[in-house]
Design a protein. Sequence first.
Length: 133
Amino acid sequence: MKSFLTILGFFFLALAVLGVILPVMPTTCFVLLAAACFAKSSDRFYDWLLASRVFGPMIRDWQATRSMPRRAKFMAITSILCAGAVSIAVLDSGTLQLLVIALLLVPIGIILKLPTSEDLAPANPIGAHNNSR
């Protein structure tokens, strides 16, 4: 099972790398899935991912606040809507189209329900000066 999770972790990590390159592909959700797979299968790969300059902060932010950056939310919802639009366009059955719409509402609802990282940032970060007297 550990080998399968490690392979799955690298698959999700490859999708996350594509998400960095392609504007409509989400990154954060695939990084978190890769981290979850590595956490269950390989301490070495999990630690390597956490140490990553690109992906480490996303994982640490998620662990600390269970939130997503606004841009990540936007990209994830955009990707879901694009994939859903293609699916709906190729389906002939109205029933199947409604089923796709219903199924797409679940992840969109979950994403929208998650806190936004920027909203959790401190109002007056350390080192910032308050000039209002």
